[in-house]
Design a protein around this ligand. Structure first.
Ligand SMILES: Nc1ncnc2c1ncn2[C@@H]1O[C@H](COP(=O)(O)OP(=O)(O)OP(=O)(O)O)[C@@H](O)[C@H]1O
Length: 335
């Protein structure tokens, strides 16, 4: 039997691990842009699903593929159609092209495309009854995410990078090097699509990918990429504990109209920050816009109270101190 090239084996092993706990007969969808990461992921999922599916060790009942057309780039529909044609030929079932619009979504074009993409993938999973949607983020993506988080002064939540799993989404390649996804494609004769955004210096991530991270690797050695991604995994584990403590503390701090300031004041700062962040989300502040400064302003109502006015949160939310409570108030109309 011909030897399986090491990068192909690495991607397959990661996918096999990532799917190990699926229920019997589960449908798995691969979110595929046609880039090397998600193309190698798709090929591996198809192989693993076929090998371990019906009658095999794993519960995989089928492997489908979804590609999203954001309509933002010239030829994006052609790219989507060619990914879908490849997938049908390769035997993915179902194969779905999801056309989304980013008009009216908050943030820049990249953020809007991401929001629309995740919503479309979630909707496709619900409609098709899929148990998991696989994303092709690699160890290098994780290292870039950690570096970007460090650069903006993020805390443990940001430094934990992208989770292995959230809701229906899974990222089985977070421990696989990006170079291996390219080599896997080459070994399988797959020609990946090159996203021009990935090298566009207008984006901070592209500059991290093209300059900041390669500089760190050149100066500190190639282990940097894996080490940054290990930092993410370590902090993700710490976050789990801190989040549990924060959930309990939030319940203890609840008062008639809001949160009790004395209870909050008795919490360790790390937990209090998380409690206030959670509460702000509960009040409706969008997570993507909720920043360090917003939580600090809430915190000041507890720890630095001198009769100041409300703290303003994204989403048009205002929180004031009333006696010994933090309560939501109607914001004063802006003139
Ligand atoms: N057009 C697309 N159609 C389907 N899936 C896609 C598409 N674009 C990206 N994906 C999925 O998302 C993964 C990450 O892609 P990319 O790095 O381009 O996105 P991102 O903007 O960094 O996303 P994230 O917000 O998750 O970091 C891909 O490996 C693939 O699984």
């Amino acid at each position: 039997m011909a030897r399986i090239p090491a990068p192909v084996a690495a991607v397959r092993t990661a996918v096999r691990r990532g799917l190990a706990d699926l229920p019997p007969g589960a449908l798995v969808l691969v979110a595929c842009s046609g880039g090397a990461d998600s193309l190698s992921l798709a090929a591996a999922a198809h192989f693993v699903g076929g090998q371990l599916g019906v009658g095999g060790q794993l519960g995989v009942g089928g492997v489908g593929l979804v590609t999203v057309d954001h309509g933002l780039q010239e030829g994006s529909d052609r790219r989507a159609r060619s990914v879908a044609a490849w997938a049908r030929d390769a035997g993915f079932d179902p194969v779905h092209v999801s056309t989304v619009t980013t008009a009216g979504l908050p943030g820049g074009p990249e953020a809007a495309a991401r929001t629309a993409r995740y919503a479309a993938l979630e909707a496709a999973a619900a409609r098709l009854g899929a148990s998991a949607v696989l994303l092709g983020h690699t160890r290098d993506d994780q290292a870039e995410t950690v570096l970007l988080a460090l650069a903006r002064g993020a805390g443990p939540r940001g430094l934990a990078g992208m989770p292995q799993r959230r809701g229906v989404f899974r990222r089985p390649l977070l421990d696989v090097a990006r170079a291996d996804t390219r080599k896997a494609c080459a070994a399988l004769g797959l020609v990946p699509w090159e996203d021009p955004h990935n090298t566009d210096p207008a984006y901070a991530r592209s500059r991290v990918r093209g300059a900041a991270l390669p500089t760190l690797v050149a100066e500190l050695g190639p282990a940097v990429v894996g080490n940054l991604s290990r930092t993410a995994a370590l902090l993700a584990a710490d976050n789990e504990v801190l989040d549990e403590l924060a959930v309990e503390a939030l319940e203890r701090a609840r008062s008639a109209a809001g949160l009790s300031a004395p209870v909050l004041a008795g919490l360790r700062a790390a937990i209090r920050g998380r409690v206030l962040h959670r509460w702000a989300r509960e009040l409706g502040a969008p997570g993507s816009a909720l920043a360090y400064g917003h939580v600090t302003a809430l915190d000041a109502l507890v720890t630095d109270w001198h009769g100041q006015g409300p703290a303003y949160l994204p989403g048009g939310i205002a929180v004031a101190r009333r006696g010994s409570e933090l309560v939501r108030v109607v914001p004063a109309p802006t003139k």
